[in-house]
Design a protein around this ligand. Structure first.
Ligand SMILES: Nc1ncnc2c1ncn2[C@@H]1O[C@H](COP(=O)(O)OP(=O)(O)OP(=O)(O)O)[C@@H](O)[C@H]1O
Ligand SMILES: CC(=O)C(=O)O
Ligand SMILES: [K+]
Ligand SMILES: [Mg+2]
Length: 534
């Protein structure tokens, strides 16, 4: 187990725990993805979410129609304009999700030890004895003794609105189950998770394709969250599909690892995807509970070493109905950050929870405390060990760019720089710097490039800038496209001045601070250290 980054550099003085954290323009190095829904779709609430530190908005198409999500997105755009906080957009697919469709929204009461039948006959109405599902292959996939979980959309697993079923008998296409706990299910949609069973549904369903072509293309989504990714092939197919829609060639694919099939193919999925979502909601019930932390540590380590962003889900379920997280949840957030996650994804808490804004700010505060801006910073995260291990694993000879990126981080730590400024067009250099987990923020200055598709000219840069909003420690700034993209010393100087002014205005850089700059001069990449004057 690669857990040496958990080692404390030195013991923490107990009294230092009580020192207040320094407020900062940069909320935390760890990013927060918030799922927007009924409880988080007004301009007012979304604005508060942005101010509390949400930098990626997730639109989950397991739920709601195109118009509903479009209205929410328009509100998000208004909120971004008025708060001047950047936010990327993530479309989350339905994929191979099993669902009970409860058209009439009747409340379903299930009694412990009673039986309930799951049927593919969708013409039937949902009752306490019979539940129609969206898949006709279930009876062929399961056997008596298998476990099925079912609950209100985004069920937490511990509430009385989710239920655990055991398959007792197969009757034609129907599956008869014994109910293991009493529960009351309300609402129009219940999701099912069949433990450790292959569900023969496509990873990108027809309705996902329609949503991508209609909603995704129009809105130029930054991220596709690919639910139930089970093989690298799933990622490749999704990428091929996205490539049909002009701008979506630039959309990054985040593969969701939600079951043991995805876990088994983790390495190949990681190399095909742009990032990984550790979907603990589903995976947490597919795996025995005692194995979940092992997966988390191993998967995050692999993502970190590949330099690809990793997102952890389901951290503060209890905040769906409560203002405070449990002790276990609060500690879990911190450990997810220490294990190496780039971002925390909030689901039910922001979508249908009572306290979306408070949840984001609570999680943000925990991240900031573990993160590198807090008083305890270096004491909790052993950057030195992390850095050395990463360099060793990359091996020699290193690529030029990786050598430059790691040197920039090393230099920044040695001179105690307050920030690293990285010039980039593709975003590659900035991501490589983030891979070495600098203890200070990285301002990723994205320099637009002119491009053409033979019909019209446009600038690159907007996708690259927004896509850094999910990477730990990266804060984007889009340079003025009137600056020529060639790295002449005159343009370098003028763009750098704008970046420094931005850093000063946001309070992260002060007089006499040292700043490390990574840029190209002519054909060569350079790392320079500058010391600011008054
Ligand atoms: N417009 C720019 N001005 C100055 N330096 C730049 C510029 N763009 C990238 N760099 C620097 O060039 C190096 C390569 O970084 P990166 O791969 O992100 O750049 P790129 O321009 O997107 O890629 P490439 O030049 O390889 O196509 C890094 O040192 C980066 O800081
Ligand atoms: C987010 C999600 O799909 C999960 O945690 O399973
Ligand atoms: K989904
Ligand atoms: Mg899931």
């Amino acid at each position: 187990m690669h857990s040496t980054n958990l080692l404390l550099e030195e013991p923490i003085r107990m009294a230092s725990i009580l020192e207040p954290s320094k407020p900062s323009f940069f909320p935390a190095m760890t990013k927060i993805v918030g799922t927007l829904g009924p409880k988080s779709r007004s301009v007012e609430v979304i604005s508060s979410c942005l101010k509390s530190g949400m930098s990626v908005a997730r639109f989950d198409f397991s739920w709601g129609d195109l118009e509903f999500h479009q209205e929410t997105l328009e509100n998000l755009k208004t909120a971004i304009k008025s708060t001047k906080k950047l936010c990327a957009v993530m479309l989350d697919t339905v994929g191979a999700e099993l669902q009970v469709v409860n058209k009439n929204e009747t409340t379903i009461s299930l009694e412990e030890n009673a039986s309930v039948v799951l049927t593919p006959d969708q013409g039937q109405e949902a009752t306490s004895q019979l539940l129609p599902i969206n898949f006709n292959g279930l009876a062929k996939a399961v056997k008596p003794g298998d476990t099925i979980f079912m609950g209100q959309y985004l069920f937490t697993g511990s509430e009385t609105t989710s239920v655990w079923l055991e398959v007792s008998e197969l009757k034609g296409d129907d599956v008869v189950c014994v109910i293991k706990n009493s529960a009351t299910l309300a609402g129009s949609l219940f999701t099912l998770h069949v433990s450790q069973v292959h569900i023969d549904l496509p990873t990108l369903s027809d309705s996902d394709k329609e949503v991508i072509s209609k909603w995704g293309a129009v809105n130029k989504i930054d991220f596709l969250s690919l639910s139930y990714t089970r093989h690298a092939e799933d990622v490749k197919e999704a990428r091929e599909f996205l490539s049909k829609f002009g701008d979506l060639q630039q959309t990054q694919i985040f593969a969701k690892i939600e079951n043991i099939e995805g876990l088994t193919h983790f390495d190949e999925i990681l190399s095909a995807a742009d990032g990984i979502i550790l979907s603990r909601g589903n995976l947490g019930i597919d795996l025995p509970p005692e194995k979940v932390f092992l997966f988390q540590k191993a998967a995050l380590f692999k993502c970190n070493m590949a330099g690809k962003p990793a997102v952890v889900t389901r951290v503060v379920d209890s905040m769906t109905d409560n203002l405070r997280p449990t002790r276990a949840e609060a500690t879990d957030v911190a450990n997810a950050v220490l294990d190496g996650s780039d971002a925390i994804l909030l689901g039910a808490e922001t979508l249908r929870g009572l306290y979306p804004v408070e949840t984001i700010s609570t999680v943000g505060k925990i991240c900031a405390e573990v993160g590198f801006l807090s008083v305890l910073a270096e004491k909790v995260f052993n950057q030195d060990i992390y850095f050395k291990r990463t360099v060793k694993l990359v091996g020699e000879p290193m690529s030029h760019l990786e050598s430059i990126a790691s040197s920039a981080v090393r230099a920044a730590i040695k001179v105690k720089a307050s920030i690293i400024i990285c010039f980039t067009s593709s975003g590659r250099a900035a991501r490589l710097i983030a891979k070495y987990r600098p203890t200070m923020p990285v301002l990723s200055v994205v320099i637009p490039r002119l491009k053409t598709n033979q019909l019209r000219w446009s600038f690159t840069g907007a996708f690259e800038a927004r896509q850094s909003l999910i990477v730990r420690g990266l804060f984007p700034m889009l340079a003025d496209p009137r600056h020529p993209a060639e790295a002449t010393s005159a343009t370098n100087e003028s763009v750098l001045k704008v970046a420094l002014d931005h850093g000063k205005a946001s309070g992260i850089i002060k007089s006499h601070d040292r700043v490390v700059v990574c840029q190209k001069v002519g054909d060569s990449s350079v790392v320079k250290i500058i010391e600011l004057e008054d």
